[in-house]
Design a protein around this ligand. Structure first.
Ligand code: ADP
Length: 585
């Protein structure tokens, strides 16, 4: 039984189909055609040299039987040595060429994978979970690497060797050739049985491994929460379930291997046995010479290794193909829609009848209508779970509304070219990642063409005075193992990026909520410099943010219940007024 479906579900990243994988594999070979051809030619030459020794040995047997002199036998023996040396040298060089090709192909594959991963829309990565992506970028890319580097050359060489060896037996005597070929079908039958089942089984195994990684990483990341809420037993049960699935998947592939290797192992000796068995009576009737039977038996003995290698590496190639399908699947995610790049879309933000829910879940926003004027500051307040962060994600274009539309300067924000969208609207959250690399690298993400002067000015604008103390200025290495920034400094770095990116609309979601009060005040001062002249939508966790805003929108259970200036809402005496009064004691 082949375990479960392997096709991409709505939340998983897709897996490429057979045709796509075949085309990509052909592409990989075609892009380095010279090396591939050279490796194949060298391997073929090595295999031809390998045919010489049994042939000459067969001749020695016949010469000895005919009572030839020592001189002739010595020359034949010397020929054998020559063949062995030539084979060794040729196959060594062939392997060298093959490995260099493999390394180049893997390097290209990795670069391509990184490019595709970075092009994935944020919402797709969030839905799929980082475990799947992590498994594809590590386990799967590595497996494809080993396959290209080791398996493909072996499969090509073994096939060539087998054709030559069986061809040579046919040349010795056609009857011997036919007898040898008769030993092969059982291997083909079992190989076919195996290959039909292998792809799905290995794809399922890959998916199960990804699920386990996902479970383990999310458990490790949420360790504190799990401890606080006493969820350990639940997480262990969840993890155990995933391990059981992976175990079942591994057992399924192991079962395939155990059948295929057992049957094939017994079948390898069949051609040799058949030739010896039939060779005796043929020798008696003088149809073949003793030398020919010896040479044929030696050739078929030589064929055992390539047969074994072919089967073993065919299975590795199958696993590699399954991994390749998962790696290529990342490129099948539809890219974010591309609008007319470079056309400024204006500055106002308009929401019309916006409804949204996560996955297949219920709506969490129920028809939001909102007009935010260019340069306006709007604070969004409301209880936890009201949908404030969701609203922020929709305005930033990370998620697409189920119905209704979010317009940025009159154009749907999700239709904008991603690069252009990032120049126009930026969502600032608590996540302020410092990437490994120099301070300059960290700033250049936002504005690759920014000069050093502009970078320094941006740091000064957000009050990042710590910059002056860095030993190598903009070239100081940041991140793990190098200079680590404290949360407030990292937040300022994130704000400096915004100054450089210079978007006309900013959405602040919990930008300062998790910082201690002193740090938060510092950051808020820095923020002041960043906000000047931009349209700002602030998810307000402290009511003083709302007090300073031009207008306040109260969001409750996915609906805007009040909208107006601080003074107007106080005068209206609704939910906001009650909140404000309770906050002021
Ligand atoms: P707020 O920011 O006001 O606290 P959110 O926008 O975070 O509210 O959440 C609104 C609703 O959407 C909540 O019911 C929450 O459980 C749900 N929600 C938020 N994020 C997700 C998600 N990634 N997947 C599913 N549901 C979510």
């Amino acid at each position: 039984m082949t375990p479960g479906p392997v096709a991409a579900s709505a939340s998983r990243l897709p897996v490429a189909g057979n045709a796509v994988v075949r085309r990509a594999a052909r592409d990989l070979l075609r892009r380095d055609r010279r090396a591939v051809v050279l490796a194949v030619v060298l391997h073929a030459a090595a295999a031809v040299a390998g045919l010489g020794a049994p042939w000459l040995l067969g001749m020695i047997v016949d010469e000895v039987t005919a009572g030839a002199g020592a001189g002739r036998l010595d020359r034949l023996a010397l020929g054998i040595v020559g063949c062995v040396v030539a084979q060794g040298l040729l196959s060594r060089y062939a392997q060298y060429v093959g490995h260099r090709f493999g390394e180049r192909a893997v390097a290209r594959l990795r670069e391509e994978f990184v490019r595709r991963t970075l092009a994935l829309p944020v919402s797709v990565v969030e839905r799929a979970g980082t475990g799947d992506l992590a498994t594809r970028s590590s386990v799967d890319v590595n497996l494809v690497g080993t396959t290209v580097r080791d398996a493909v050359p072996v499969v090509v060489i073994s096939t060539a060797k087998l054709m030559l060896l069986f061809g040579a037996v046919c040349l010795l005597h056609p009857i011997l050739g036919l007898v040898a070929l008769a030993g092969l079908p059982s291997i083909f039958v079992v190989a076919r049985w195996y290959l039909r089942r292998a792809r799905d089984a290995y794809l399922f195994e890959g998916a199960a491994a990804a699920e386990l990684t996902e479970t383990l990483t999310s458990t490790a990341e949420g360790a504190r929460t799990i401890e606080a809420l006493h969820l350990a037993d639940q997480r262990i049960a969840h993890g155990t379930g995933r391990i059981a699935r992976l175990w079942a998947a591994r057992r399924a592939t192991l079962r395939l291997r155990s059948v295929v290797f057992a049957v094939a192992g017994a079948s390898y000796a069949l051609p040799v046995a058949a030739v010896l068995l039939v060779g005796g009576p043929l020798l008696d009737r003088d149809v073949v010479s003793l030398g020919e039977v010896v040479a044929a038996a030696l050739y078929l003995q030589q064929a055992i290794d390539p047969l074994d290698a072919l089967l073993m590496w065919t299975e590795q190639t199958q696993r590699g193909m399954a991994s390749f399908a998962r790696v290529l699947g990342v490129g099948l995610v539809p890219p974010e829609p591309r609008g007319g790049a470079g056309v400024p879309s204006g500055r106002g933000v308009t929401l019309r009848g916006v409804r949204f829910g996560y996955g297949d879940g219920p709506d969490v926003l129920h028809g939001i209508d909102l007009e935010i004027r260019p340069g306006e500051r709007l604070a969004v307040v409301g209880p936890s779970g009201a949908g404030k962060s969701t609203l922020a994600r929709l305005i930033a274009g990370i998620d697409r509304p189920r119905s209704g539309v979010v317009l940025l300067g009159g154009r749907p924000v999700t239709d904008l070219d991603p690069a252009q969208r990032r120049r126009e609207v930026v969502l600032v959250t608590q996540e302020h990642h410092v990437f490994m690399g120099t301070l300059r690298d960290n700033l250049a993400f936002a504005a690759p063409e920014a000069t050093d002067e502009q970078m320094r000015a941006a740091l000064v604008a957000v009050g990042a005075d710590w910059y002056a103390d860095l030993p190598h200025g903009l070239d100081t290495e940041l991140g793990d193992g190098a200079r680590e920034l404290n949360p407030a400094d990292a937040q300022q770095l994130a704000l400096a990026r915004i100054v450089l990116a210079d978007p006309h609309t900013l959405i602040l979601d919990e930008a300062t909520a998790a910082l201690d009060p002193t740090t938060a005040r510092r950051t808020e001062r820095a923020l002041g410099a960043v906000l000047a002249g931009r349209t700002v939508i602030a998810i307000a966790h402290r009511l003083n943010t709302a007090h300073d805003a031009d207008r306040v929108a109260v969001l409750d259970d996915g609906r805007i219940t009040e909208l107006g200036s601080h003074a107007e809402l106080l005068a209206a005496g609704g939910a906001y007024a009650a909140l404000w009064r309770s906050w002021h004691g």
